[in-house]
Design a protein around this ligand. Structure first.
Ligand SMILES: [Zn+2]
Length: 296
């Protein structure tokens, strides 16, 4: 998910009149005084707030300049505090930095700002139907500590749906992470790498589970390289078997790239050939040192 960062502008006084009454929505209003409000901000000390009285219902309300709310912090310092925290600064380091910039923001306020920003992000989670959902994790290092972040994307459009910090890598944690998306978006199929936690979570959530082809290709390519290296150590350089193995591995990678209808038969044929070599060591392929698995 791309997070668009908008640092709000902050004005000293309101630039427009309110259009309607906050309570009864009628448009007839009278100005009913003005007052100065102290503000925690790195550029302003105070803002001018207007008070209006509604002709229709008789109630009064405050009209704030843009970037100023009933809170004592300006909106831009709320965004800056949440951003500093999200970038890995502690509450007290963020507070210290904001104070150095000229905004008296306590570490408790930084904590509250970060929590509110997180809540707003969760509420903006996209709605609609997503039949196929992709999930993956990545590791970030924050202040010397490993932080695992899980991402979910719409399988057909590739659009990001959200992310979550994962404290545990087992199936229960994955289920807790994926369940809200599954329920909200009507997901039927989960696409992921071959981490077992995904298959267990998918089964528990009643989802069909498929392996992500990009992960399969990457895995096969890595495994093909190590099998070939092993064969080079065991076979003579001029050995026909080495040449054949190298060609077959290229064919296999090509088949996974093309994903054609007959590809599956071709892979079965290759598999049978090597199986045959295992059972009859005098044949084309020799028994490898360890049993080889194509997925794992
Ligand atoms: Zn009114």
């Amino acid at each position: 998910m791309k997070i668009r960062l908008v640092v709000p502008d902050v004005n000293v006084h309101p630039t427009e009149r309110p259009r309607r009454c906050r309570y009864c929505r009628k448009p007839y209003l009278h100005r009913h005084g003005t007052f100065r409000k102290p503000v925690r901000d790195h550029k302003l000390q105070e803002a001018i707030v207007d008070r209006y009285k509604c002709v229709s219902c008789g109630r009064t309300f405050r009209h704030y300049p843009s970037g100023i709310t009933p809170k004592d912090q300006s909106q831009r310092t709320v965004v800056l505090a949440a951003l500093m925290y999200a970038l890995g600064l502690s509450c007290s380091a963020s507070s210290h930095l904001l104070r150095a910039l000229g905004a008296e923001i306590s570490k408790m306020s930084v904590w509250r700002d970060a929590q509110e920003a997180g809540e707003a992000l969760r509420k903006s989670r996209p709605r609609g139907r997503v039949r196929v959902m992709g999930a993956d994790e990545t590791v970030f290092w924050v202040k010397g500590e490993e932080v695992v972040v899980g991402f979910v994307v719409d399988g057909s459009s590739g659009k990001s749906l959200g992310f979550e910090v994962l404290f545990e890598g087992e199936a229960g944690a994955f289920r807790g992470w994926l369940e809200p998306y599954t329920e909200e978006l009507g997901v039927e199929v989960l696409v992921s790498d071959d981490n077992d936690s995904y298959s267990v979570a998918a089964a528990e959530l009643g989802l069909e589970h498929q392996l992500c082809i990009a992960h399969v290709r990457k895995y096969v390519s890595k495994r093909a390289k190590s099998i070939l290296e092993q064969a080079r150590r065991e076979y003579e350089e001029q050995d026909d078997k080495l040449q054949k193995l190298s060609e077959d591995l290229e064919v296999l990678k090509g088949l996974l790239k093309e994903l054609s209808e007959q590809g599956i038969h071709e892979i079965e044929r290759l598999h049978r050939g090597y199986l045959c070599g295992l059972l009859h060591p005098g044949g084309r392929a020799r028994r490898p040192r360890k049993p080889q698995r194509l997925t794992g």
